[in-house]
Design a protein around this ligand. Sequence first.
Ligand code: PEP
Ligand code: MG
Length: 586
Amino acid sequence: MDIRQGIPVSTGITIGEVFLLEAEGVRIPSHFIPEGEEEHEVERLEKAFNNALAELEGLADELRKKAGQKIAEIFVAHAGMLGDESFRQEFFERIQKKNYTAEFAVARTMRHWRKLFQADDFLAPRVADLEDLERRLLKHLLGQKREELSSLQKEVILVAHDLSPSQIASMDTDKVKGFATNAGGPTSHAGIIASALGIPAVVGLGSITNDVTGGDTIIIDGGRGLVTIEPDEETCQRYSMRRQEVLESDQVLRRELKDLPSETKDGLKVSLMANIESPKEVAKAIEYGADGIGLYRTEFLYVGSKSQEAPNANNHFRAYMDALNDLDGRPMIIRTLDLGADKFSMSDNVVKERNPFLGLRSLRYCLKNPEVFEEQLRAILRASAYGNVSLMFPLVSGLEELQAAKEILNDVKKQMDDNGDEYDPDLPVGIMIELPSAVMNADVLAQHSDFFSIGTNDLIQYTLAVDRGNEHVADLYRPEHPAVLKLIKMAVEAANNAGIPISVCGEMASVVLYTVLLIGLGVHRLSLAPPQLIPEVKKIIRSIDQADAEELAKQVLSAGGPEKAREVLLDANRQLMKDKGIAPPI
Ligand code: PEP
Ligand code: MG
């Protein structure tokens, strides 16, 4: 048994069988053969070796003709390895001495070689060749019986170097019960989608792909960021019990709190909304007591789509109407496209940028591609005729940008007027506050916005210069950094002065450790995910007074540095919860 610590991005516990994406790319159906079948298994593997070898030689010949000897060398090298008798012996020994199936012998032997290559600077770039060889051998072994990610027959836990938002969005969630990746940071988009889909996930594990083999049993503890490889019986039982307990207490909390108001003991109302990526999530949000949808991330329409085409106004409209139908009059804030950086799938349509997080993304992309933008704006306006809709622009950096976006919105309204199309003429238009420049200029922006919503994921990234999706700097990504807290406070003051509502919809609103702090900073609307968290957050809110929260925020704000701020935050939360007789959030 081995335990790895990574970065928690989606809570929940799941126990299951590994599906190794890059290396094997197929499910290893079984690990061991009965005594006496070794010879037959070796023969199976030998046949697979020979078939793979013939295939590689054919490919090398073809390439030699088309592209010359140099390119063909890649396959010649692969063939050279497969033809090497001592290399083959390693696989056969695992069958003969350990009773492995041929597939498992391939997976284990190749894992051994991948580890050796990875540890050597010169050989590390060749790991992809090993992965290619492994997939080829498994293809010949499994033939028609091959279960790939798109055709899984059994539940698995996905282990991969990294997962793109579109890979996750198109996953069969009936079969993929969790995932663990080498790369990824605290608020990378992959984690956000996992959380929305309710799949426990841990990222930033470094080398998990080299530590497991397809078919191994692992446990993902998404809340604590732990991955247990080949757990013993006792650990499995402990986790199964915990999973059951969490499930039961979740249900109890939901039943007890669903219809109770979300307000502090002294009567301060704190609105709890849900973040969604797709209309399918609305029903669950309502079930857990969400007041509405505080952030509809519409990128799902792009990253979840297999086509490289942008969705048209009808695709958008249908998605919004589906959500509105389930919301039954409750409010929904639709954010316009925030594509780019970690959220882009239509890579063919976009210029490669050296620094995409500072590049042509989000609102900037929309302003440069008005035809894409207008399609969405038209759909949001159309939907506004049928429900309680607000529109929100992401990544606004200053006034002219906001004005340019609103100008396009007005143009679309005029076109719709000309066509006699209906929309809500008073559609509220707000902005996300997720850049330091927006905070510094919040007083001006507030004069031109109907509401603010703070996107702490990006605000933290751009304030602290820490890539939110990079595991190497994940320890520097600090929501409680005084610089971040001061910016939140400034944005709240600007909104209050202008008399407009302000919420937080970044992941900070979804971490119970920050609930009291945010309220103390003056944020009285939170939008979070997954909605299963709502009862827990409500419970905390209902146990405190506004003054408690303000005192806690004052202490954390005056801590000086991020390390001290975290210490103060943990202590103050523990003390407060102890006084109130409820379990501390951490
Ligand atoms: C944010 O930046 O906090 C936010 C809510 O937007 P996203 O995570 O989609 O960038
Ligand atoms: Mg953002």
